[in-house]
Design a protein around this ligand. Structure first.
Ligand code: SIN
Length: 290
């Protein structure tokens, strides 16, 4: 921990990850309502580091819901049946005998096809497998910063087209799946709709610009042919998921993680076949990307 971080935060301890983004936050109990100065420091740390992990937070579902609301109102989670009695909580569960690809195994920003995609996602670790199951994050602001001025000018006016079709659409991956899956996915023609957002978005709090595209949900660029879109998007997907922009989160039971969908994309790694993995997930509502 640097002296700067000790001085910067008076009510919480914030230890930046070596990756250049992401931080561990300690000295906070998310099972209780937070005093306003603590909440403000937590929000500031989140805006600065994009992915915050809070170790040793044993939270009931009600406490997870209350912790989520400290960041903002719930987002809307389509295409997955929520937990009974908890309409804003998804259980990401994969049983030891499941062979289907683990949920979230593709780079994406959550629900980016929505008109107002969620600002944040929270994931709370219930059962962590002894091997595998890490979550990877890419810093799309650092990736944007690393582009040449000419490429930034080229991207500035573009609008990327997002859709849930490849995953949840009538011809999507889940519609064609034959393997057992415990999570109840709701395939729908709604998922085949598209919505365009600026390809580069500006963070409403930090003011930083970030690439806002992903291989899972971005299906094209407005006004371009599929070949033109593919050339630009293919370059960006490869560029933003280079090692230099990645933070790997290794889970421990009771860790709560929050990430900023406006600045990051994430990828749920597998590698734990034969073991149970259970996470509880909520989202925080966002705004129209600009
Ligand atoms: C996701 O929300 O994409 C899943 C992340 C994970 O299970 O690690």
């Amino acid at each position: 921990m640097s002296n700067l971080d000790l001085k910067d935060y008076e009510t919480i301890r914030v230890t930046p990850e070596a990756s250049g983004f992401g931080a561990v936050v300690e000295g906070i109990d998310l099972s209780r309502p937070l005093a306003e100065p603590v909440r403000q420091e937590m929000l500031r740390a989140w805006a600065e580091h994009a992915v915050l992990s809070f170790p040793r937070q044993a939270l009931s579902l009600e406490a997870l819901e209350a912790a989520t609301l400290q960041f903002g109102p719930f987002g809307a989670d389509p295409f997955i049946k929520p937990m009974d009695g908890h309409p804003n909580v998804l259980e990401l569960r994969r049983e030891p005998d499941e062979k289907a690809t683990n949920f979230g195994a593709g780079w994406h920003s959550d629900w980016s096809f929505q008109p107002e995609p969620p600002a944040a996602t929270l994931l709370h670790a219930q059962v962590v497998p002894p091997v595998g199951g890490d979550t990877l994050f890419a810093d799309c602001a650092a990736a944007y910063d690393a582009l040449s001025p000419v490429m930034k000018d080229l991207l500035a006016p573009l609008r990327a087209v997002h859709s849930a079709s490849r995953a949840y659409g009538t011809q999507g991956v889940f519609a064609r799946e034959t393997e057992k899956r415990t999570m109840q996915i709701v395939v729908s023609p709604e998922a085949d709709k598209t919505h365009a957002h600026p390809l580069v978005r500006t963070h409403p709090v930090s003011g930083r610009k970030a690439l806002f595209v992903s291989p899972v949900y971005t299906v094209g660029i407005e006004g371009m042919t599929p070949e033109e879109s593919q050339a630009i998007l293919g370059f960006l997907f490869k560029h933003m998921t280079q090692d230099a922009f990645i933070f790997r989160h290794r889970w421990a039971k009771d860790t709560l993680l929050i990430w900023d969908n406006r600045r990051t994309v994430h990828f749920a790694e597998g590698g734990y076949d034969g073991h149970l993995r259970v996470m509880h997930r909520t989202t925080v509502a966002g705004e129209v990307p600009v």
